[in-house]
Design a protein around this ligand. Structure first.
Ligand code: CDP
Ligand code: CDP
Length: 257
């Protein structure tokens, strides 16, 4: 049979990757994998063991944690296309969905994600999850997969059928992130727009300049600036592009494939 359609969504922090990816997956009946959640889980695991993630000498301990931790994702889709799917994240069977979004984890996650062996461990877990979620055996297999992160188009799914690189002005991104935090009811100390904006910019800089699979737009990715778009607008654009490419592929490939 044909391999499941792969959509890779990358971009800087709070550019809209996960919201967009979830809604695209819901519209198309595809699976969704949030790869940032893996790095956030490893960071949380390290912090809760009293490890300082920015201390270079702790890197091998964090890498061991990355390998031994069990990370699970469960996305619940809705039958109403306009409502937002929810993803629960489990670290060693414990629901850590809110804990991994706190300011403390956000502050340290880029240091953890810069450790080469941590990335190798996460890559393995992400690939395993991608392979099982879209396997065509049994009924759980879905027709495609949407994955979001920083290195999906460049490293995780280099042969993805569609690669999207989302960008947005950092001030706009900070305002959106604050609104999100307010909605979820989690009040963080010092979370004014300047502080959030600075944190996003600092994290982007770390992600862009690190040695191991840095944040970079893949050569064959489509760049989408969401600063002046609506969520619905960008989801529509991506869904249409998936349909266009599926049609092109089915008319150009022999019927045996
Ligand atoms: O939602 P937000 O953009 O704030 O962050 P995220 O997607 O949850 O990712 C958190 C951090 O994990 C990023 O800042 C990166 O340092 C790292 N990450 C990565 O290195 N590679 C990925 N594929 C996904 C996330
Ligand atoms: O995953 P990433 O960190 O890239 O972004 P996110 O967690 O999806 O957060 C983006 C926030 O901006 C969400 O609250 C979206 O609803 C909002 N937003 C957007 O993504 N795109 C727009 N055009 C407008 C708002």
């Amino acid at each position: 049979g044909t391999r499941p359609f792969q959509v890779a969504i990358d971009g800087p922090a709070a550019s809209g990757k996960s919201t967009t990816a979830k809604m695209v997956a819901q519209r198309l009946g595809f699976d969704y994998i949030d790869t940032g959640a893996f790095y956030r889980c490893v960071t949380l695991a390290a912090l809760s063991k009293g490890i300082d993630p920015s201390n270079q000498t702790q890197a091998s301990q964090i890498s061991n944690l990355a390998q031994s931790s069990h990370i699970g994702l469960n996305t619940v889709f809705s039958s109403s296309p306009s409502s937002l799917p929810t993803t629960r994240v489990f670290l060693d069977k414990k629901d850590v969905s809110s804990e991994i979004r706190t300011g403390t984890v956000s502050k340290h996650v880029s240091a953890v994600a810069a450790i080469g062996p941590v990335r190798e461990a996460v890559l393995q877990k992400v690939r395993d999850m991608g392979a099982t979620s879209t396997s065509h055996e049994g009924n759980s297999g879905r027709a495609g997969l949407v994955m979001d992160g920083r290195d999906i188009g460049t490293v995780v799914l280099p042969n993805a059928d569609l690669k999207i690189f989302l960008v947005a002005d950092s001030r706009v991104r900070a305002e959106r992130r604050l609104q999100e935090l307010a909605k979820s009811g989690s009040k963080e100390e010092g979370s004014d727009v300047e502080t959030v904006q600075k944190d996003l910019e600092r994290r982007d800089e770390l992600d862009r300049t690190r040695e191991a699979s840095p944040l970079r737009k893949a050569d064959d990715a489509v760049e989408l600036d969401t600063s002046h778009l609506t969520i619905e607008g960008q989801v529509d654009a991506i869904v249409q592009e998936v349909h266009r490419r599926q049609k092109a592929a089915s008319s150009s490939s022999p019927s045996s494939e």
